[in-house]
Write a protein that binds this ligand. Structure first.
Ligand SMILES: *Cc1c(COP(=O)(O)O)cnc(C)c1O
Length: 355
């Protein structure tokens, strides 16, 4: 079986060394040494000022919404994982979907202004597959209308744009460090910002809103444990090698699939990409489903990611987003993970047609 993804696990002795330290100290959660060290190391790796390690990427978005005090309407992308949208609804905001660009599949800045009303408080956009949103245009719109900006950076670990860390744009960027993501801590997430006041709020909200006997605000339990931090500390030194291997495999796919007339996200020249996914857009939904079926018959799993377009979720009422709905119907993510061999990639390639 070739799966669409396979979690990277470090050599077990390396994780065991951390476990031994935990058994010695007996301190396994509540901002222990490993969580603190992971936060420092991630800040260095991502070149960002403030970062809080949290329990998952969904709670990271919810903490971001709370810390920026968003209310009313939030303009957001229909082409993302469902958690981007449901976090807004969970925090009593109304998602207003505007359509995506057909090159990066990120929120189209040209469509945002028309959707702004006097109830709009923010823009929540996703760096889809790790491809950057048009952060400059979004910043200009946010400034003009005094809106907050959150980037769901769940796919964008380590991405740089114009020499700058993509995680440093917007008011807050959130990460997911789930086992299926490029860099993972089994379960986990992070809230990144460059404002100490916002960071302080996130820190309080993450641990029930109190420090010792001083109760400052309402909060929630968004903490993560030493076991999860230990996995992150083990995995972090391997990230560059993981990205390199993913790039080799992606370029191999690029070369071998180039004659089929498939569509791919467009990389801008100033992008330092992380090869988090390998999405392919077929000429039609029927062509995608036909290849997917043959792949599955040959024990190769793929993922319709993202499908459906979030504006069509059965429990929502939202306007049409033609580009997003069209891409969501035709896109398929192919197997991509560092342990994948070129022979396995050849098997995948041999079953793909675009008719
Ligand atoms: C994975 C993912 C999330 C959710 O992260 P979890 O850690 O699974 O809660 C949110 N947004 C996007 C775009 C994702 O891919």
């Amino acid at each position: 079986m070739i799966n669409v993804t396979k979690t990277f696990l470090p050599p077990i002795e390396e994780y065991n060394a951390y476990l031994r330290k935990l058994w010695e100290s007996g301190w396994i959660t509540n901002q222990g040494k490993m969580v603190q060290e992971l936060e420092v190391r991630m800040k260095e790796r991502l070149e960002v000022e403030y970062l809080q390690f949290v329990s998952n990427g969904t709670i990271a978005i919810q903490l971001a919404i709370k810390a920026l005090e968003l209310k009313g309407e939030v303009i957001t992308t229909p082409f993302s994982y469902v958690a981007t949208t449901t976090s807004l609804i969970w925090e009593h905001c109304t998602p207003v979907f505007t359509d995506i660009e057909d090159k990066t599949f990120c929120l189209d800045p040209a469509k945002i202004e028309a959707a702004i009303t006097n109830k709009t408080s923010a823009i929540l956009a996703t760096h889809v597959y790790g491809y950057p949103c048009d952060v400059d245009k979004i910043a200009a719109i946010a400034k003009k209308y005094k809106l907050k900006v959150i980037y769901d950076g769940a796919h964008a670990f380590g991405v740089r744009k114009g020499g700058r860390s993509l995680m440093s744009f917007g008011d807050i960027t959130t990460l997911s460090l789930h086992a299926t993501k490029l860099f993972h801590t089994v379960e986990g997430g992070a809230v990144i910002c460059n404002d100490s006041e916002i960071d302080k709020k996130v820190c309080l909200y993450r641990s029930f809103g109190h420090v010792g006997d001083d109760y400052f605000t309402m909060g929630i339990n968004g903490k993560n444990s030493e076991f999860h931090a230990a996995m992150g500390l083990c995995n972090l030194p391997y990230v560059d090698a993981i990205i390199t291997r993913r790039r080799e495999l992606s370029e191999y796919y690029d070369k071998k699939l180039s004659a089929l007339g498939l569509q791919f996200p467009v990389k801008s020249p100033d992008l330092h990409y992380n090869y988090a996914y390998y999405p392919v857009i077929f000429s039609s939904e029927a062509a995608m489903l036909a290849s997917r079926k043959v792949l599955l018959e040959n024990n190769i799993s793929t993922r319709r990611y993202f499908y459906p377009s979030l504006n069509t979720l059965p429990y929502l009422k939202a306007d049409k987003c033609e580009v997003s709905e069209d891409i969501a119907r035709r896109v398929l993510c192919l197997p991509l993970y560092p342990q994948l061999t070129f022979q396995e990639a050849d098997q995948v390639i041999s079953h793909i047609t675009n008719k």
